[in-house]
Design a protein around this ligand. Structure first.
Ligand code: D5M
Ligand code: FE
Ligand code: ZN
Length: 554
């Protein structure tokens, strides 16, 4: 398989679409298979219901417009590349001539924010253009998303559009499940003389517990809402407790009136089992870290220097030095610096009180990373950036010295990158402040468990209106789609690794000792451990830099 076809197939798989054998055969006839797949995926976004797989019928119209030969001789050289712009949405988000698109079936909304906005439905604005995958670092890394810097209006209508998009896309993710193809939405429930079995998709708007042990949940779609009652059954109650406000789920049960559902199960969008991705043929390692907090008095500088020395193969036993030689990537999931004015009286805890100087220092440290190691940095809530999620890359005007480093790429939060075949989802993890206290069985000592729950919800910040401010962009970039192979976050300052359905879930801890705020909040950091992904085997290694002695692979 040629690298361009392999890349296009991987991109389709990453987005949850298999190719039929006929479609695969047809893909080989495109001059630019990646552009063809990209065009299809963007047209799928507005399709309802979503296609189950990419079929030849989807690709044929694109091929016809490209003017490629109907039959290619086996083994023939690929036709000349088609002009890239031919099948890509234009800047206003409209399909360009030559692209293949389904009519939008989006309806007017009753979704949040309620209720004033709901009374003045307006046409959904055109979606902004989707990010096009961009090759960086000589083509070894593809940035699938994360370089966007979208402006937001911030009006009630903007929020309404945001939730419409969240609902619509989450609904289609749920419908991709084989067991939910026959699900209905809340506003289309049947009603009549007899009880009828239903599966209904909706957004959770409220939850109530009653003294008799029963509980009710309000579910809403774009047009209506329904009350869902759950019996006092222990297993079911556990599931209801796990429901997060504003997430989109499906309930199964029975209804008679179409106004209420007596439910017997809840189904989350979830992820299907990830097959091992394509991988490099030689040992290649990616080091995951975050929350360096340069500029803080609690920055554990000596330990971080030990980490840099290890990366330079200057410190460590033979095994760990051999590993360091094969590190090719360093991913930093936010809070590179401690920032200024992030919390009251922070200045008392700063060793560097100027934000520009903090980034100068950060650049000095990153310059000590061997140049062969490619570095990706996303922002955290301490970095120089807008506080809302999604967050654009760290502002260049503050972090210019970091931007100047040749082996650094700055992306936003969230960012999805494919590194030599493995798809990484990077986010700082700020919404964990909201989701950890809401999720039964999750705590600040094991943030990786809450990250697994976010994968099940298929959303990086399901809860709206608490500590995590969300930017009302017209499409919801916090939905987890495509599903990654590696899910990397930080923020909690506690390192931890989990595995869920073939996905490696990593919280990369911190290089900052406990702050006064964390002491008062009972947060005990687990610092100076660098999780490492072996891209060849998919295995993880934890390198511990808490010792004064040489680095050791754990
Ligand atoms: O976050 C460092 C730690 O402090 C992390 O465990 C989360 C916690 N933290 C930070 N802000 C909050 C709020 N507002 N509520 C609860 N817990 C919080 P850092 O982002 O490095 O300050
Ligand atoms: Fe932090
Ligand atoms: Zn943080």
């Amino acid at each position: 398989m040629s690298p361009s076809i392999r890349g296009a197939v991987e991109r389709a798989l990453c987005s949850g679409y298999q190719l039929t054998p006929e479609a695969f055969e047809l893909l080989g006839r495109f001059g630019d298979p990646a552009a063809a797949i990209e065009s299809l995926l963007s047209s799928f976004e507005t399709a309802s219901p979503k296609p189950i797989a990419i079929e030849a019928a989807h690709l044929r119209p694109l091929l016809d417009r490209q003017g490629a030969p109907a039959q290619a001789a086996p083994g023939a050289a690929a036709p000349a590349p088609a002009p890239k712009a031919a099948a890509v949405p234009d800047a206003a988000g409209k399909p360009a001539a030559g692209s293949y698109s389904w009519p939008s079936r989006r309806r007017d909304a009753t979704l949040r924010p309620p209720p004033a906005a709901a009374q003045s439905p307006s046409a959904a604005p055109a979606r902004p253009p989707q990010a096009r995958p961009t090759a960086v670092f000589g083509g070894d890394v593809t940035v699938i998303s994360g370089s966007e810097d979208r402006r937001i209006g911030g009006t009630i209508d903007d929020f309404k559009q945001y939730f419409l998009d969240r609902y619509g896309r989450m609904e289609s993710i749920l419908r991709r499940r084989a067991d939910l193809r026959d699900a209905t939405s809340v506003s289309n429930l049947p009603h009549g003389e007899r009880w009828q079995k239903v599966k209904a998709i909706g957004m959770v708007t409220s939850k109530r517990d009653f003294k008799d042990g029963t509980c009710t949940v309000e579910l809403e779609d774009t047009q209506d809402s329904v009350r869902v009652s759950f019996k006092a059954d222990d297993a079911l109650k556990k599931k209801v407790t796990r429901l997060l406000k504003d997430e989109v789920v499906c309930v199964s049960g029975a209804t008679k009136t179409g106004r209420t559902i007596l439910a017997n199960d809840i189904i989350w969008p979830d992820v299907s089992y990830r097959q091992r991705p394509a991988h490099p043929q030689e040992p290649t390692y990616a080091v995951l870290t975050s929350d360096v907090h340069i500029g803080s008095k609690m920055f554990m500088e000596e330990n971080f220097r030990g980490f840099l020395k290890w990366l330079n193969c200057e410190e460590g036993d033979e095994r760990s030095t051999c590993l360091a030689e094969q590190v090719k990537y360093l991913l930093i999931a936010g809070d590179l610096v401690d920032g200024v004015g992030i919390y009251p009286n922070q200045e008392e805890e700063l060793s560097i009180t100027d934000l520009h100087t903090q980034y100068e220092k950060a650049a000095e440290y990153l310059a000590m990373v061997p140049e062969r190691i490619r570095i990706i940095v996303i922002p955290g809530n301490h970095d120089a950036c807008r506080p809302t999620l999604p967050t654009p890359p760290i502002y260049r005007e503050f972090a210019q010295p970091v931007y100047d480093l040749k082996n650094v790429v700055m992306l936003g939060d969230p960012a999805t990158v494919n590194i030599e075949g493995t798809t990484f989802l990077l986010t700082h993890g700020r919404s964990l402040d909201d989701s950890i206290p809401s999720l039964p069985g999750c705590d600040f000592k094991t943030p990786q468990n809450a990250m697994v729950e976010l994968l099940k919800s298929r959303h990086l910040a399901p809860i709206f209106g608490e500590k995590t401010p969300l930017a009302p962009e017209s499409s919801d970039r916090l939905i987890i789609d495509p599903v990654p192979d590696i899910f990397h976050a930080g923020h909690i300052h506690v390192e931890g690794i989990a595995s869920y359905r073939g996905i490696v879930v990593v919280n990369s801890g911190t290089w900052q000792a406990q702050t006064k705020f964390q002491l008062s909040a009972g947060i005990v950091p687990k610092p100076c451990i660098a999780p490492i992904i072996d891209l060849m085997s998919g295995k993880t290694i934890e390198m511990n830099f808490n010792f004064s002695g040489p680095a050791q692979a754990g």
